[in-house]
Design a protein. Sequence first.
Length: 244
Amino acid sequence: MTAPVAESTVLPFVGGDLDIKRRILGRSEVFTALDDGLFAETVRRSTLVRAQRRRPIAPKTDQALFVVGSGRVRLLRRSDDRELTLDYVGPGGLIGELRLVDEERLVETTACERVEAIRLPVPFVLQLIAESSKFGLEMVRLIGRRRLVAEERIHGFLTRSVESRVAEFLLWVAGRHGVPDSRGTLIGVKFTHQEIASYVGSTRETVTLILGDFRRRGLILVDHRRLVLIDRPGLERHASGSRP
């Protein structure tokens, strides 16, 4: 199990570069729904933060939302002896939106690499929702999409094999981080077997066995710890629960 990390991690940028904040907010489909005046006010009220790899971007009790500017952030839940990855959030993605409906909601994060993000206090975001119906609608759509994804994952945990869930994970990350390659699709970021296990709700040992089986079947190969999908239709059949 990965050891818990300390929460004293957020390092504000000195000076508050407005151009950087505009660029980060401009990558979010939620915040680009604001009119020019409210967008400028959001830039002014936001704070630039950064977190180093394997550190949280904020204390999990922080009453704030975050927009990721660069890097990837892992959202997770811990139990006594297990971790479950809820999602990976990249540039333009939002973290902490459930704070808007539940102030006590804990948001545990870990930076997968060096991360830059914007911090916005929850009361200010609620003010934006009250002042901009278009912004509020985009926030509702975001929360709705994430609920649908969460429901699909829960359904998968209850009804599908680990093999099927691993295949689906590989296809999902290929859609997010896939790079065309002469052999197929190279996943442009590295995922350890433990990270995959934490996402699909299994153990590292089981994931290692499944990936080894996928390699023997000619579905994937490993290139310097990066995965290459060489038979996407075959993986899609495994993800659906059927066999080639």
